[in-house]
Design a protein around this ligand. Structure first.
Ligand code: AMP
Ligand code: MG
Length: 335
């Protein structure tokens, strides 16, 4: 029980975040209703026992997330779906079969044992199986699913590495399970159902085209609307750097508006040959949207740390994951 002893020592002696890969420590913390950060293929999450109100409250407090914004429940297998939800439409099962484990969240009718806190009082629950070996192994060793929103303070840039999480939470989070850089780097695609027909509530790491290849035309409701909170994560302002950020089709024109300012650029594939630019982030020199998606948030984190006057982001091609990237950049610049 070396780990057990070690774990206790940590909790008595230090308030610093511990970055670990040891699942025994992670498991013990979660069994004791603590919150830990976990890696997924999308972004890092702040995870707690989805059947425990005490744990869920801690997530909302730590993240400063408003209670009207529900959490995603992470399960270990498709068979476990019946422990959290019921009345699945046929299409939901078809999508699960195709994309799980993976960055697809399904909105399904909830079972009573899912606390109302998780679902913001709604009768539906958001569920997915994350595709990360460490977290899948962790889930398989727990008697409960994990509720987990992204591991960032409400509204800020999502974390795609253990270091991003540590930076945000410093002394308030005891444990980060380190699973390396997130493979996809964008949040999950969220699909709900209206009259058994699929509705897209949030663009994400699986493109709309790939979903439609599977189930035909999907109704898209991916818009920020703070009164109709059918997908409340879609608040128009979200994923925002602290630095003043602009999003444009015309980088050269936008730069002209900021003469003598410290400018950082976020670009798809080509550097800009204009003097006086302090920093340029190229997301994929080969023009690969998957690579750009994977690197997006890390680049925003870097730019945000440079004490720039302004970040200018370029609009991406509006198809595939380019659509999701544009969606996130648009929300990053909303006032
Ligand atoms: P996050 O975990 O921060 O990536 O965001 C979770 C998001 O999932 C929420 O902000 C909502 O957009 C969505 N969500 C969670 N539960 C529900 C639900 N019951 N109905 C609709 N959307 C949901
Ligand atoms: Mg989030």
């Amino acid at each position: 029980m070396q780990n057990g002893k070690f774990y206790k020592t940590i909790f008595y002696l230090t308030t610093n975040t511990l970055i670990i890969t040891d699942l025994d420590i992670a498991k013990k913390a979660l069994n004791a209703n603590a919150i830990i950060a976990i890696p997924t293929e999308t972004v890092y999450g702040l995870a707690g026992n989805a059947f425990s109100e005490t744990a869920i409250k801690k997530i909302f407090e730590l993240k400063k997330r408003p209670f009207y914004n529900p959490l995603i429940v992470h399960i270990k297998s498709a068979a476990y779906l019946t422990e959290v939800a019921c009345n699945f439409p046929e299409i939901a099962l078809q999508l699960a079969e195709k994309f799980w484990p993976g960055p697809l969240t399904l909105i399904l009718k909830k079972l009573p044992k899912i606390p109302d806190l998780i679902t913001a009082g709604k009768d539906t629950v958001a569920v997915r199986i994350p595709n990360h070996p460490l977290t899948l192994e962790l889930l398989s060793q727990l008697d409960f699913p994990l509720a987990a929103p992204s591991a960032n303070p409400f509204g800020s840039i999502s974390p795609t590495s253990a270091a991003h999480v540590a930076n945000y939470f410093k002394e308030n989070l005891e444990i980060i399970l380190d699973g390396g850089d997130c493979e996809k780097g964008l949040e999950s695609t969220i699909i709900g159902f209206e009259n058994n027909k699929p509705v897209l509530f949030r663009l994400g790491a699986i493109s709309l085209e790939d979903i439609e290849k599977e189930v035909g035309k999907v109704l898209v409701k991916n818009h920020g609307n703070e009164t109709d909170l059918s997908a409340p994560g879609m608040l128009s302002r979200h994923y925002s750097p602290a630095t003043n950020t602009y999003f444009t089709d015309n980088i050269a024109e936008q730069i002209k508006l900021f003469q003598n300012k410290k400018i950082g650029l976020l670009l798809f594939k080509d550097r800009v040959e204009i003097n006086g630019i302090d920093h340029q982030e190229i997301l994929s020199a080969t023009g690969n949207l998957e690579e750009a998606a994977k690197r997006l948030y890390a680049a925003l984190h870097r730019l945000d740390k440079l004490s720039l006057d302004v970040i200018i982001a370029e609009r991406f091609p509006n198809y595939g994951l380019g659509k999701t990237i544009n969606d996130r950049l648009q929300r990053a610049v909303e006032k």
